[in-house]
Design a binder for this molecule. Structure first.
Ligand SMILES: Cc1cc2nc3c(=O)[nH]c(=O)nc-3n(C[C@H](O)[C@H](O)[C@H](O)COP(=O)(O)OP(=O)(O)OC[C@H]3O[C@@H](n4cnc5c(N)ncnc54)[C@H](O)[C@@H]3O)c2cc1C
Length: 269
């Protein structure tokens, strides 16, 4: 996987459009040539509040999108912002998904993971790939990006799951992956979402190479602060990741068990 040269300076950027996705998620459009690859992230600074990493949900030469769920202080401050408000952006940072020509891919996502996977699907189509787009949520109202994915054409197939059965397969998206794999021979599986979900996706993948978008608490985003060091390797998630091979990740002592907070304290999943 390639690591793009990144810009560690802030760029003040205006929000040019906001799309409401569900009761606590919005997509923010910035008119800027970011040059991001699918899987990469930016650091977004809200002056006076905090700075956090967010995956790029779409990027072309004219604009890029971030899809953000309001869960804590920084993301809730972003949720209250309006078109024309300015934030600081650094990046893009991190590794990208390695998409080969003509591959048959499964993109497996949970929660806001559907948004960065949309960007992956767009780029995969440019390389003549076929895409099984699988996404899961607790209930129908929380599923993201269905219409956008439907607009990608016949080479992308949408599959969804809900925990409560209100839409699509009743159960976890990783169970749905096992169902899809009965009918489709995949070249690669890419997963983005809660770590426990990605662990199950890696296990379900069997012999198919799987790549996961790992999230650790990040502060600088480009390998200086050491906040996102991975137990017990010391590798930095912001540099070695966020996209990493399941074959590497599955051997990590913390994988699927706990994550560390801003103070480095362990929090069990
Ligand atoms: C590479 C990367 C990409 C991300 N992409 C997106 C995205 O596209 N959209 C989006 O909405 N969010 C994304 N996040 C999460 C985002 O960076 C923030 O963590 C989130 O918005 C919460 O920040 P907060 O200050 O609002 O709340 P906080 O108070 O910081 O967090 C609220 C809750 O989330 C948990 N949490 C915070 N950060 C992490 C973490 N890194 N790993 C596990 N749990 C955590 C906290 O323990 C707490 O329970 C990404 C994170 C990473 C590392």
């Amino acid at each position: 996987m390639n690591v793009k040269n990144h810009d560690t300076r802030f760029e003040a950027m205006e929000i040019s459009e906001i799309v409401e996705e569900n009761s606590y998620t919005k997509t923010y459009v910035f008119k800027y040539d970011l040059g991001a690859k699918p899987g990469q992230f930016v650091m977004l600074w809200v002056p006076g509040v905090d700075e956090k990493p967010f995956s790029v949900a779409y990027c072309d030469s004219g604009e890029f999108w971030l899809t953000i769920c309001a869960v804590g202080p920084c993301s809730k401050a972003i949720y209250e912002m309006k078109v024309g408000d300015r934030v600081g952006i650094r990046g893009p940072f991190g590794t990208e998904y390695d998409i080969g020509e003509g591959e048959h891919l499964a993109l497996v996502s949970g929660g806001y993971g559907a948004a960065p996977m949309y960007f992956v699907a767009k780029e995969a189509l440019k390389k003549g790939c076929k895409v099984e787009f699988l996404t899961g949520a607790r209930s129908e109202d929380l599923l993201l990006f269905e219409e956008r994915v439907a607009g990608l054409g016949d080479d992308v197939t949408w599959h969804c799951s809900t925990d409560d059965g209100s839409k699509g397969f009743k159960g976890y998206v990783t169970q749905l992956l096992s169902e899809v794999m009965k009918d489709v021979k995949l070249d690669k599986i890419f997963a983005c979402g809660p770590e426990v979900m990605m662990k199950a996706a890696g296990e379900a993948a069997g012999d198919v190479p799987a790549y996961l978008s790992m999230e650790k608490y990040m502060k600088c985003g480009f390998g200086v602060c050491g906040q996102c060091a991975i137990d017990d390797t010391g590798d930095l998630c912001c540099k070695k990741g966020p996209v990493m091979a399941y074959d590497y990740v599955k051997g990590l002592s913390e994988f699927g068990k706990y994550h560390r907070d801003a103070q480095g304290k362990k929090n069990e999943y």
